[in-house]
Design a protein. Sequence first.
Length: 111
Amino acid sequence: MPTIRMIEPSVRTVDTRKVKVGPKRVDNFYLSPGWRKLMAEIIAERGRVCEDPDCDGRTHHAGMRVFGDHIVELTDGGAPLDKRNIMLRCGASHTRKTAVERARRLAQRFD
Ligand SMILES: [Zn+2]
């Protein structure tokens, strides 16, 4: 009895995109046990608060998700695991700050 064989594709799929456009570049540092532990400690000490003085607080609520932000960014030589260099932000504040920061870096790059 004849069998039907699947024919293997002779050409593998190749990702030809020159720039990978992931939804978000995940920096391994923010997945590290050291960072996670530090964040757990900070949240235990400070609570789930947004410490951004520029935030209008409209999205704040009890038990909200908070993000740890380096006050002096790592790329600027900021201490990665020093609590004094970490500011907690709500999601809205974190998103706004990240966009501002990205714009600033892009502007610098093309100066
Ligand atoms: Zn906020």
